[in-house]
Design a protein around this ligand. Sequence first.
Ligand code: BG6
Length: 499
Amino acid sequence: RGAAPTILVIFGASGDLTARKLIPALFNLGLDSLLPSDFHLIGFGRKPIEDEAFRKIARESIEEFSRRPMDEELWGDIEPGIHYHSGGYDEAEVYRSLEKKIKGIESSAGREMQLVFYISTPPTVFEPIIENLGASGLSTHLVDGKPGAKVIIEKPFGRDLESARRLNQVIGRNFDESQVYRIDHYLGKETVQNLLVARFANAIFEPIWNREFVDCVQITVAESVGVGSRGGYYDESGALRDMIQNHTMQLLSLIAMEPPVSLDPESIRDEKVKVLKGIQPLALDPADKADVVRARYTEGLMSGKQVPGYLQEKNIPGDSSTETYAAMRLMINNWRWKGVPFYLRSGKRLARRVSEIAIQFKRPPGILFSESKKYDVAHNTLVIQVQPDEGMTLLTNSKVPGLETRTQPVKMHFRYAATFGSNTPEAYERLILDAMIGDSTLFIRGDETEASWKLMTPVLESWKSLGQHGLGAYAAGSWGPAEAERLLGMHGHEWRQTG
Ligand code: BG6
């Protein structure tokens, strides 16, 4: 899996993501001998920083955030290839000098090199960066006469359908879709990549993966952290934009999609888009069985410590109506799923950090072991634990040993840590490597992001017009608002206890 000689330019180089994830990911690729033989990193940022100082920052970020310790020999190899370029993201001149720097690296390497532009800035400057990459000619950089530039775009990809469309148009004017890698880091997680393998490398699941057998699907992406120091960003975003529209919908499309005809990126992404397009518009009237619930956390106890409510967090305006929790019921109008609800929920300051997908199967006909005091019969449920304690659990019913026939639900477990050990690559390692190699399977296509926004934008508009009306509350440390329980209760279901 070797990538061609590469110059990676990170826009937003002095940001949090670069230090916490991107640089450690590059270092770990190096440890696995997966960095291109000739590799240069150019950090691009507004702040003027000398190359030397940026190298020091890079080293510190590896020391602090890498999953494996510093390796002096590797660092010695990488360090001279680290550079910094400062200037405004919208200044044409800065891109001309960037090009000069790139040409200089190429000429001392004695070869043309592929360019990977990683845009990890606040979204307000996505468009000027992309336009400038186009105007400067960097987006049409050639290697051996072939297209040799790629662009990786971090989230958030737009804030509604219109802005996502506009961003796609700006990208489309400057890059060919085959050069574009829209990131959703959930797709880089091992357990998420395993969804396709679990579904399609096994013969036993697919025959029951449909409305005949499945009662409902529940996707939970719960976080125990609050908004912390990200209040300014978060209040403009909220749980729906921050987690549901992207990460949770990605999980849903991988779970619900039809088998692709092959593993090539377009076949897989075609099927994901089809699922998104098949989802019915959501019922939004709070007075009439709405399919959506939103709430924000109030103060509460977490691991024995009192934590503040959302409105007391830093940089949150007193009249905020931003949700820190969202839950919804989605119905997919296709042959496989007609009538099967997909319940999604995600929130901050929930009781525990856990992301899981639960496929709850229908109960057996209650003829022999119908639910009673003697027979505790649970829904068979396949639980895919995305994180932490990654794995899969199948819930079945068993006879309790003894002279009398009683039943009890039991669990069959597969755990990554026990089977494969725990040193799994981080999402960003896989994603950066794939982008350098040119494999776009784990990235979002333009039409995919629009299909997801198309579904979510009416929800956002409805919430905006309702303001605080209908915004529920839940205590920090709980499992969310009572409205979310009612959402499932209305349809004869209940949230399963995670884990
Ligand atoms: C990010 C969100 O995309 O995902 C954050 O902006 C969230 O608010 C994070 O905390 C969760 O990612 P992970 O990998 O920790 O589940």
